[in-house]
Each structure stands twice: as C-alpha cells, then as structure tokens.
Design a protein around this ligand. Structure first.
Ligand code: TXA
Ligand code: MG
Length: 373
C-alpha cells in the first residue's frame, strides 16, 4: 500500500452556507475554500479523503470510480462484500446522475429526514453509473444526503457522489473526531478535513422501502419511532435483524462482522441499576476478581454510585442524544487509558436506545441481562 504523509486540515463550518432556494454553495473564508478545493482535487484523481458528517467521520471516494472505491476498502481493511453508502448533495442527483427514479414510498421519508442521518436503498437502474465495487455486486445501492455543511460542500465542490463508510480501521469504534480518523488511518490516506465533533455521533439509519413490509437494515440517527410516525407502509417497518432469516442473503452485510470494538474488552449490562452490582456480578459469574487489572465504567442514566477501584469513569450523558454523541469517543478514550475492561450501562431499546444498544452489543464481548438471569 502507498504510504502518505496524512494532512489534517481544520476548517470552520460556520463559514459555509447554502442558498435556501437554489442550494448554491457560499463560502466566506478563503482557507476553507482552499481546503475544500484541495480535497476535491484528490477525490477527482481517485484518491480518498476523510471528512466530517453529522453522524460520524466518513472516508470518501468517488462512487463512480472503482479504482477510487477500492482504495477505501484497502485503507480501512474492510471486507469487500460489505457495500457502501453514496453521499449526495441534492435529491436531484438520484435522478440526474444515478439515472434512478425515486420509488414513491421514499418521498415522505426524503421530505421529512433529508438532509440528515438516513440512508435509503434503491434499485440499480440501467445506466446508473455507480461502481459495482460500491454495491459489492448487488442490484441495489444505498444513498444519503448528509446535513453536515462540510460534507455537502465537499460533494458540491468535487462535483462527485461520495461513497463513504465510517473512517475508522475496520472493527474499530467509528470516529466522531478528526483525531480518531488520524489515529486509525495515518499514513494510509492523504488528507483528513477536521470540521469538529460529529453532532449525532453514530451512523445513519439504513432502510429498504423497496420490500414489503419495509425493513430497517441498521438502526441509527433517525429512530424507528420517528419513521413509524410517517404513516403509510412505514408504520409496518420491521427490524432487519429479526427478519433476516426469511431472506436468502443477510441483507445488511454490516450485521455479520465484528464491529465498533476497542482493544479493551467491553462488558455490557442490561437492567442493572448500579455499577457496583454490575462489577460484582461480573466478578462472581466470570470468576475474574479484577486483581491487577484496570477497568473503566461508562455510565448513563442510573449508575450514580461507582466502585472505588475503577480507573476511569465516563459519563455518557442522561439523554439518548448525549449518549449516542459520546459513546464511540468514550470507547476510544478508555483504550487511550489502557484499561483492560470497560463496564457499560445499557439503556432501554426505545428511541435513540435502539441504535445505541445495537452498537454496544456488537462492541461487547459479553452481555449480562439481569432480567434473564
Ligand atoms: O452515517 C453513515 O451512514 C456513515 C457516514 C460516513 O455517512 N457511513 C457509514 O457507512 O456508516 P458504513 O459503510 O460504515 O455502513 C454502511 C451500511 C452497512 O451496514 C452496509 O451493509 C449498508 O449500509 N448498505 C450499503 N449498501 C447497501 C445495500 N445496497 N443494501 C443493503 N445495505 C447496504
Ligand atoms: Mg462503519
């Protein structure tokens, strides 16, 4: 693999805006303009660039170039059968560029949630120029119109749809700061645009409305409850995981892999109302008295009391929004403190909780549920 001297270039998102009517890009700061121009030139020459979105940092490359997209898989060390989401900066790009008619079912979803943390799965139409490396050879492709201004500006300036997975090394927690991207991909990519902390903090919701009933392929920044509220067939949306067995293929290959894992072992606790109980329970059931080990406690709603010998205590926040924003950074910060084990307070799987618990259960080595013991 080529070795790069990875540049991290900071820009100020508040200097970027879009005309409400025409979607025209306005950048008031010369440095921001130059950085976006430099990134666009890399993208146009089939290179990859790390950039912020409202969900997590993405590793972008032109969706139209197989060479470019292969570089994403290579830099991340990502399995090639896991397809990528293409990021667009206007709804019209679906029809004009991808030559794809938007199925009626998606129109209320698009009207309500775009730009934003929602990805939709579309059929690949004849003449659609999306690279087969993006779709992993499937006859569908996923698209998202992100809200983050840096992401939208980068798509506009490069004049390319950007295939972009999360910009972490495969299996690591997703990046919510430019420094997380640097930690995982330094030397492997030419540039990272630093646009500050990601607002949502975990990935977009992925839905497939082309099947009946519609399927939630990955819970994320838009909750299941919010989607159901739209009415129509969205009222009946089902969880992909629970229904995957009905289909020949696992429909979101992302479900198959080890994901979001720090080096420390993650122990996830459901229905334990304090950390002392949780740690005692772990010690007794696993037979590990934690002697000579460092451990972190990641707490959210109920774990007020924490054991005295915890090396690190991180408050994720009390609301779903806060917990999802802080989660991935907390897993990485625990690694930075060299802890051996991370004890995490689970949350109930409603609203933001569904996506939070999805990520945590994939990160976890073991899950302890007090209700089922
Ligand atoms: O928030 C996000 O979506 C971030 C930022 C960078 O936008 N991107 C992201 O990409 O999370 P990635 O590659 O980590 O996850 C893409 C997800 C995977 O679960 C993948 O299997 C699913 O989308 N996916 C992509 N194309 C698909 C398709 N044609 N059919 C079904 N699932 C698809
Ligand atoms: Mg990812």
């Amino acid at each position: 693999m080529r070795k790069f001297d990875t540049k991290v270039l900071k820009i100020d998102p508040s200097t970027i805006s879009f005309d409400n009517q025409t979607n025209e890009l306005i950048i008031t700061d010369e440095h921001t303009k130059q950085v976006l121009q430099e990134a666009a030139e890399l993208l146009q020459s089939s290179q990859v660039v790390g950039f912020p979105t409202e969900t997590v940092y993405g590793l972008g490359a032109s969706s139209l170039s197989s060479d470019a997209v292969r570089r994403i898989y290579e830099a991340k060390n990502r399995p090639a059968d896991n397809p990528l989401i293409s990021h667009i900066s206007s709804v019209d790009m679906i029809t004009d560029l991808f030559k794809t008619k938007i199925p009626e079912v998606y129109k209320p979803l698009i009207a309500k949630f775009w730009p934003g943390p929602l990805s939709i799965v579309l059929p690949v139409s004849e003449g659609c120029p999306v690279s087969p490396v993006v779709t992993a050879g499937q006859n569908t492709f996923a698209v998202r119109f992100p809200e983050n201004k840096v992401a939208r500006a980068l798509i506009q300036v490069s004049n390319l749809p950007l295939a972009a997975p999360s910009a972490n090394a495969s299996t690591r927690p997703s990046p919510t700061l430019a420094s997380h991207v640097y930690e995982d991909l330094q030397g492997k990519i030419p540039m990272i645009i630093d646009g500050g902390q990601c607002d949502v903090g975990l990935e977009s919701t992925v839905v497939d409305g082309t099947v009946d009933p519609p399927m939630l392929l990955r819970p994320g920044g838009i909750s299941l409850e919010e989607i159901r509220k739209l009415g129509g067939s969205w009222t009946n949306i089902v969880l992909g995981k629970k229904t995957a067995g009905q289909y020949e293929k696992v429909r979101t290959p992302g479900m198959k892999y080890k994901h979001y894992s720090p080096t420390a072992k993650v122990m996830l606790f459901e229905n334990f109302n304090n950390a002392i109980d949780a740690v005692n329970f772990y010690t007794n059931t696993v037979g590990d008295n934690l002697n000579g080990k460092k451990y972190a406690v990641l707490r959210s709603k109920y774990w007020t009391k924490t054991p005295e010998d915890a090396s690190l205590i991180i408050d994720l926040g009390k609301t779903g929004d806060d917990i999802q924003r802080n989660l991935f950074a907390a897993l990485r910060d625990s690694d930075a403190q060299n802890v051996d084990i991370i004890f995490v307070e689970g949350v109930s799987e409603e609203d933001e909780g569904l996506a939070i618990m999805n990520r945590l259960s994939k990160a976890a080595s073991q899950i302890f549920d007090k209700e089922t013991i």
